[in-house]
Design a protein around this ligand. Structure first.
Ligand SMILES: C[S@@+](CC[C@H](N)C(=O)[O-])C[C@H]1O[C@@H](n2cnc3c(N)ncnc32)[C@H](O)[C@@H]1O
Length: 279
């Protein structure tokens, strides 16, 4: 930190040591693609269609295991997947190794921070699917990312920001400590049954941040059980906050959707902004 502003290290294309940022996704990277809520997300046709319309080359920020990037490459569009998590990117690389060479050849993986990456090219489409942007907790971090996106966006390109729409009912009902179960599935690598539980461990309303702890309870085929836990901090955004942030960083919103079927924003479900440079 300098003068109270956020000053993350500058990382090149997967080169510099990156130990400073904790790998929040490491505990779940190996099973991420099998978690039913993620596996059944209905956003893939939306992103593949956009990629076909705008690619070029797509830059996906917070690409994780390549859940979205790989279908884009399969559709014939080159993609750069950027993520800070070594564990998520390792899964991405393993999946890519099983793809046909032409599909794998369309993908470049970059381990870097969406707030501070530097790439040599400009992109007609930059996306941040499935709430990756909500990992940026402060306004300084959010602006650093958006300004960085702006400088990597082709003149006529689009930035797609995809965050959740905060539900007022949910915000009002949140309590620290209450535990929910949201998944019960099998890890195909081990045959273990996995039950996922989650709870709020901190609700920082003044900062619009929730700290959520996930617990993965594994039951092996021989009946042995064990648990691992990890925490993720999530920032939520209100509609006009996002609009002001984007405007301050050189974007205007062309479309604002509530869902991947392009239904207009109504304050529910998702908040998907299709943005272009404002001039
Ligand atoms: C919910 S996952 C989404 C992954 C993928 N986009 C998908 O749709 O499945 C969020 C991803 O954002 C990544 N992430 C969080 N903070 C980041 C940062 N500062 N820079 C780059 N990636 C980041 C995490 O490592 C994680 O892989």
């Amino acid at each position: 930190m300098t003068n109270g502003s956020y000053d993350p290290p500058v990382w090149g294309d997967a080169a510099a040591p990156q130990a400073e940022i904790p790998d929040e996704y490491a505990p779940c990277a190996g099973i991420y693609d099998h978690i039913p809520l993620y596996k059944t997300r209905r956003d893939l046709p939306f992103y593949v269609t956009l990629a076909r319309e705008f690619g070029g080359s797509v830059l996906e920020l917070g690409c994780g295991t390549g859940r979205v990037s790989i279908p884009i490459a399969r559709a014939g569009v080159p993609v750069v997947g950027l993520d800070v998590s070594a564990a998520m990117l390792n899964v991405f690389r393993l999946k890519l190794a099983a793809e046909p060479p032409d599909v794998a050849g369309r993908v470049r993986i970059v381990r870097s921070d969406m707030r501070r990456f530097r790439l040599a090219e400009k992109f007609p489409l930059i996306t941040a699917p499935f709430r990756s942007f909500q990992h940026l907790l402060t306004v300084e971090e959010q602006k650093a990312c958006m300004r960085n996106v702006r400088s990597h966006l082709a003149e006529w390109g689009r930035f797609v920001l995809d965050v959740s729409a905060p539900s007022f009912e949910l915000l009002a009902s949140q309590r620290v400590g209450e535990t929910f179960e949201d998944a019960d599935f099998t890890d195909p690598a081990t045959g273990d049954r996995i039950i996922r539980l989650w709870r709020y461990v901190e609700i920082r309303r003044a900062e619009q941040i929730n700290v959520v702890e996930f617990e993965y309870r594994r039951v092996s085929p021989d009946g042995t059980t064990r648990s691992n836990r990890h925490r993720i901090s999530i920032r939520y955004f209100f509609r006009y906050e996002i609009e002001h942030l984007l405007e301050a960083c050189g974007f205007r919103i062309e479309e604002l959707y509530s869902d991947y079927d392009k239904s207009p924003f109504d304050g529910r479900k998702e908040m998907i902004a299709i943005c272009r440079a404002s001039g």
